[in-house]
Design a binder for this molecule. Structure first.
Ligand SMILES: Cc1ncccc1N[C@@H](C)c1ccc2c(c1)OCCO2
Length: 116
């Protein structure tokens, strides 16, 4: 039978790696702007400017509902969170700074977890 692909930390399931990494994103001290969907009724301009809103709780739901067929779909949604942040927030704003810190953290962990 097809040999199971063993990922770096021994897990046999790429999406299990993503679920673990999502937990690290959610508990990061700078995750606060990204934990829940942006309220489109109370944040002026957000609905018009950001075409595809995304946040960590929505990504968690998608993992639980098996809506990602591979780690690539997970990675694309995480990057969408940070791309939306850069589009709407000034780099030197509190939220903008948090977005850059979180993206740097994610890029490092993604490389470590899913590449030999
Ligand atoms: C990621 C992002 N980009 C642009 C705007 C908002 C947000 N995050 C929301 C949760 C958010 C973050 C911080 C807040 C807030 C809402 O509303 C009250 C003031 O502080």
């Amino acid at each position: 039978s097809k040999k199971a692909k063993i990922w770096r930390n021994g897990s046999t399931n790429e999406l299990e790696e993503c679920h673990q990494l999502l937990g690290e994103l959610e508990t990061h001290q700078d995750a606060w702007p990204f934990l829940q969907p942006v309220n489109l009724k109370t944040v002026p301009g957000y609905k018009k400017i950001v075409k595809k809103p995304m946040d960590f709780s929505t990504i968690r739901e998608k993992i639980i509902n098996k809506q990602y067929s591979s780690g690539e779909g997970f990675k694309d949604d995480v990057n969408l969170v940070f791309d939306n942040c850069e589009r709407f927030n000034e780099d030197n704003s509190e939220i903008g700074k948090a977005g850059h810190i979180m993206r740097t953290f994610f890029d490092k962990r993604w490389t470590e977890l899913l590449k030999r």
